[in-house]
Design a protein around this ligand. Structure first.
Ligand code: F6P
Length: 331
């Protein structure tokens, strides 16, 4: 079977489907190259002290680990000079990083969570990089925070790399969701899932159950009904999984269905995950694979962001389950 690389896929999207401009294609290739470098660092594990706390706190108030910092630097350095970007924002930086004047300024904005799930670093668990791309709309003005505050439906591409037993890259450019696996001998991402489809129904859910006492009634009702199994209202048994890195949980759902929830609750009234760096890119990927993504009630991609580091409640995955949870909220 002929192997299709990421480059070939992107060229095909550019030439035949007009989904990707030459600039966007180059930008995605550079992000993918940076992900290969991050994958290399992750693989070194404790040999290079990747999970050591470096003593800084990021804008989210979380202690940064060595690899959080390294992954952010790798992405910034790889992307600043290529001429496709006007600015970047990252979960690890307070404000926008404007492309320095010595480099040409492009028409896109890059948003990234350089190392998602970094609490898994100490235990050699799955971590990843999430990214998305927006158009830079005010190209006569200096980019600023406001330039990034576009609803998720404006994203032109989104993806994530998962650094697990193998390194995987999942991508959407608005024409379905595709998966690639890194062939380390060739150094290329090779297409391994040409068209990912999430089953509409599922019997598997992912939630951090230690927060149960804080949950709002609709979430509690949904989980209680799942736990009641065959003899409960759902009349079937459910399974539970929690990787504690969003990339790991979402990748599983892309592979075999399921619902992922980090809802807002009495303790985290605004939710836990970030709208711009986690929720929106994943919502685009999930919808393009036939799933649904909400904040519990509203479609995530319709929300107008109000701040770069805004948090949000998240319910995403198999369509019928996500809709059921929304209907419980409406009840
Ligand atoms: O935002 C970071 C993150 O690590 C997500 O990737 C993951 O889903 C979640 O936090 C894990 O949260 P908890 O620490 O509550 O299990």
């Amino acid at each position: 079977m002929a192997r299709v690389t990421l480059t070939q896929y992107l060229l095909e999207q550019q030439r035949s489907h007009y989904k990707v401009s030459p600039g966007l294609r180059l930008l995605i290739e550079v992000v993918a190259r940076a992900c290969k470098m991050i994958s290399h660092h992750v693989n070194k594990g404790q040999l290079s002290g990747i999970g050591d706390v470096v003593g800084n706190t990021n804008v989210q108030g979380e202690a940064q680990k060595r690899l959080d910092v390294v992954a952010n630097e790798v992405l910034v350095e790889a992307n600043e000079w290529g001429g496709q970007l006007a600015a970047m924002v990252s979960e690890e930086m307070d404000g926008p990083y404007i492309v320095p004047n010595r480099y040409p300024r492009g028409q896109y904005l890059l948003l990234m969570d350089p190392l998602d799930g970094s609490s898994n670093l100490d235990v050699n668990g799955t971590v990843g990089t999430i990214f998305s791309v927006l158009r830079y709309q005010d190209d006569d003005r200096e980019p600023e925070e406001r330039s990034f505050l576009q609803p998720g439906s404006s994203q032109v591409a989104a993806g994530f790399a998962l650094y697990g037993p193998s390194t995987v890259l999942v991508l959407t450019v608005g024409n379905g969701t595709v998966g690639f696996t890194l062939d380390k001998e060739l150094g290329s991402f090779v297409m391994t899932q040409p068209s990912i489809r999430i089953p509409e129904d599922t019997s598997e859910f992912a939630i951090n159950a230690s927060n149960a006492r804080h949950w709002e009634p609709p979430v509690k009702r949904y989980i209680d009904e799942c736990l009641a199994g065959k003899t409960g209202p759902r009349e079937r048994d459910f399974n539970m999984r929690w990787v504690a890195s969003m990339v790991g949980d979402i990748y599983r759902i892309l592979c075999r269905g399921g619902v992922f929830m980090y809802p807002r609750d009495a303790k985290r009234k605004d939710g836990r995950l970030r709208l711009m760096y986690e929720a929106n890119p994943m919502a685009f990927i999930i919808e393009q694979a036939g799933g649904a993504a909400t904040d519990g009630v509203n479609r995530l991609l319709d929300l107008q962001p109000t701040a770069l580091h805004q948090r949000i409640g998240v319910v995403m995955g198999s369509k019928n389950e996500v809709e059921r949870i929304a209907s419980y909220h409406q009840d």
